[in-house]
Design a protein around this ligand. Structure first.
Ligand code: AP5
Length: 250
């Protein structure tokens, strides 16, 4: 994949106007760790019937399976750092060719750097496509530690829970008020929930710092194309969903 050219976005803008309406819906979820991308994504999948492509989920699967990619990604992910561009670009380049992406897909956690954004544009440009909508989950950083440190996930499905805001039905508390880990079970399957290795206050600092320096600049570029819709993610989940739905449909 070529190095990003500084004018790659502006060059694309001219091409956009003359483009016929594309067939695939290509949606991007944008926001800091804990903003609620993974929480809202399953509802978007149901609404649009296109798959969610979460690079975080794909990388965690690779780590769990002990693949070469997983071995390269494991430590950097646990510390809250970004996995190298070549790895994630390679993963997405393969994934968006899969049959289940024939009507479109939802990018969750990709792109995260300007290099990744340019690589995505190059990939889509080959098939005459562009990102059709970016939903930006806007939220103050100050509320994210509580969200991240209280999160439990169901590994197989990626379903997200929270000890205070979205507890699993099975949750029981210990005398000191913390959740009893043995009672943290997925509502749908009854399987055990887990906490992510990078869901610590320490790793969150690094994740937020990378988000601000590497990822936020991407949004401005999509803003210039008029495809960004902003959602106030610091509200009840149902209200966030209403705004998300409106942002996608309008
Ligand atoms: P990834 O898995 O993408 O994590 P992230 O972007 O840090 O996002 P999160 O999953 O933490 O946040 P979310 O917005 O989905 O939050 P959620 O909905 O669960 O990436 C992990 C790592 O993989 C990266 O750090 C990096 O190392 C690597 N990686 C991945 N992609 C990469 C790339 N492209 N390039 C390089 N490296 C890459 O919500 C959080 C909690 O809040 C939950 O408990 C939820 O129940 C609760 N919650 C959600 N909404 C609300 C609400 N409205 N009110 C109250 N609580 C809420």
């Amino acid at each position: 994949m070529g190095i990003c050219q500084s004018d790659c976005f502006s060059g694309l803008k001219d091409a956009l106007d003359s483009r016929p309406k594309q067939k695939r819906k290509i949606l991007m979820l944008f926001g800091p760790p804990g903003a609620g991308k993974g929480t809202q994504a399953p509802k978007i999948v149901d609404m649009l019937t296109v798959p969610q492509l979460s690079t975080g989920d794909m990388l965690r699967e690779a780590v769990a399976a002990g693949t070469e990619v997983g071995k390269r990604a494991k430590e950097v992910m646990a510390s809250g750092g970004l996995v190298s561009d070549d790895i994630v670009i390679g993963i997405i380049a393969d994934r968006i060719k899969a049959r289940d992406c024939k009507n479109g897909f939802i990018l969750d956690g990709f792109p995260r750097t300007v290099v990744q954004a340019c690589a995505l544009d190059e990939l889509l440009n080959k098939s005459g496509e562009v990102v059709s909508r970016v939903v930006s989950f806007d939220i103050p950083h100050g509320v994210l530690e509580t969200r991240i440190c209280g999160r439990w996930i169901h590994k197989a499905s990626g379903r997200s829970y929270h000890v205070s805001f979205a507890p699993p039905k099975s949750m029981k508390l210990l005398p000191d008020g913390r959740p009893d880990p043995g009672t943290m079970k997925d509502d749908a399957t009854g399987e055990a929930l887990m906490q992510r290795a990078d869901d610590t206050a320490e790793a969150l600092k690094k994740r937020l710092s990378d988000y601000d320096s590497e990822t936020v600049p991407i949004l401005q570029r999509y803003d210039e194309r008029g495809v960004v819709r902003r959602v106030n993610a610091n509200q009840a989940m149902e209200v966030v969903w209403e705004e998300t739905k409106a942002g996608i449909l309008n």
